[in-house]
Design a protein around this ligand. Structure first.
Ligand SMILES: Cc1ncc(COP(=O)(O)O)c(C=O)c1O
Length: 435
């Protein structure tokens, strides 16, 4: 047996035993088809050869896109260093230049996860302004670093980890008056906003709120940071959704698909002038925020290949296809009593469902009373469970289990989305029949 065959045979159980038994338990309880052994044509396949279309979103170009895999393979077959003790990595430099040209920023910091890039933005803001207060919005998800944890809603992502980072405050979503008051109190270094809250339920900030955020950060000389880990790199049909804001944010965060789905990679894009205010006084300041693998060439090579795939034509396709999909899904689900709405932009969409008031359709009935006590509704997990059996891999949003998040790959065929729409209508209709 080859090493890979042996790993595929036993490694899923080893994950549960040696990494995280609760993830293994969740995947089993929800009936996720997690035993994937092959990725072909952007799609996942299990050992029986059944195909699953992945709607998680991290694999924006599809699993193991051949152009990205080829670029990484060719680099590994060369003898070019993949890591430089000086940190001066030419591949990272080229990737930074091209990202800046595409985004209109002129300074980039690379790291491995979205959380790390958010922490970098928070530290940049404090170092550049020497002010303490970091503001974010209710139901935000900015990752699991300490700054971002302080911005999480009450619950498992936040409660066990106190005391939280001082100076980090959450504001009511969409409340312009609360935002004005927060700035009037002084001492704000940064406001961090997701243009569309992903885990918060695919909720877009309103134009009025964005306008106020742009004006207030400018007036108070605070940084405005757009966390585009979910919306950016083409997902919303734009390179950065925040590029359309009245004032270009002082920094933007990219992650997830940035490394082509093959390599962990995230970026914080900002302006050179802000970098210099924060880290430009002395040579030793320049490395005051860093990570060992920030500039590794393998990640940059994957990023360069992903950037090449992400053409204007592809983003236009995402925009157009997303609009068609949203309308098609809305009209197909219209009238079902458990359906509320489909929302989002491009290929970041969410289906909001109603919580049924029915004794069988509660987590208590499924032997999970603690989830029932927390007010969690099982309807979106149940719909996802039924969709797994139809060959679609999707999830509820992390902070709002009434919303099914849909983030298909950018090259997905319209017929596959049509098949999803029909399956989704039939399975939700079935669940409605139980209430
Ligand atoms: C908007 C947003 N910011 C930050 C993060 C954190 O990214 P990571 O999980 O790579 O640390 C996420 C993760 O889903 C996210 O959705």
């Amino acid at each position: 047996m080859t090493r890979d065959a042996d790993i595929l045979r036993a490694g899923f159980e080893e994950f549960g035993r040696f990494i995280n038994p609760m993830i293994a338990q969740r995947a089993t309880l929800t009936g996720e088809p997690f035993r994937m052994v092959r990725a072909h044509g952007g799609v996942l396949h299990d050992a029986e050869g059944k195909a699953y279309e992945d709607f998680h979103g991290t694999q924006a170009f599809g699993h193991r896109h051949p152009a990205i895999a080829l670029a990484v393979r060719q680099f590994l077959e060369s003898d070019i260093p993949s890591w430089y003790p000086s940190r001066l990595s030419p591949h990272a430099g080229r990737f930074a230049r091209l990202l800046c040209e595409r985004s209109g920023y002129d300074n980039a910091f690379f790291t491995c996860t979205g959380s790390d890039a958010v922490e970098a933005a928070m530290k940049l803001a404090r170092a550049a302004t020497r002010r303490p207060r970091i503001l974010g919005l209710e139901r935000a998800y900015h990752g699991c670093g300490y700054g971002a944890t302080a911005l999480m809603p009450p619950g498992p992502f936040r409660d066990p980890f106190g005391p939280h980072l001082p100076g980090v405050e959450t504001l009511a979503f969409g409340d312009v008056a609360a935002l004005e008051q927060a700035f009037e109190a002084g001492g704000v270094c940064v406001l961090i906003v997701e243009p569309i809250q992903g885990e918060g339920g695919v909720r877009a900030v309103s134009d009025d709120y964005v306008q106020a955020a742009c004006a207030l950060t400018a007036r108070h000389d605070a940084l405005l940071v757009a966390d585009e880990v979910q919306t950016g790199f083409g997902r919303s049909g734009h390179f950065l959704l925040s590029a359309g804001w009245p004032r270009k944010p002082d920094a933007a965060i990219l992650a997830k698909a940035l490394g082509g789905g093959l390599v962990p990679l995230s970026a914080m894009l900002t302006r050179r002038e802000i970098f210099e205010r924060a880290y430009g006084s002395d040579v030793e300041d320049g490395e005051a925020h860093n990570a060992t693998f920030s500039y590794n060439a393998v990640a940059a090579v994957a990023g360069l290949a992903a950037l090449e795939l992400l053409t204007e034509e592809l983003m236009a396709r995402v925009s157009e296809l997303g609009e068609w999909f949203r309308e098609r899904l809305s009209s197909a689900l219209e009238g079902l009593p458990l359906f509320r709405e489909v929302r989002g932009r491009g290929l970041i969409l969410g289906i909001e469902l109603a919580s049924p008031d029915h004794p069988w359709l509660g987590f208590e009935h499924f032997g999970l009373p603690s989830l029932a006590e927390k007010g969690r509704s099982p309807i979106a997990p149940l719909l996802c469970h039924r969709l797994y059996r139809r060959g679609f891999y999707c999830f509820p949003c992390g902070h709002d289990w009434n919303v099914v998040r849909l983030q298909p790959r950018y090259f997905i065929e319209r017929e596959t989305l049509e098949r999803f729409t029909i399956a989704c209508r039939e399975e939700l209709e079935f669940l409605c029949g139980l209430t």
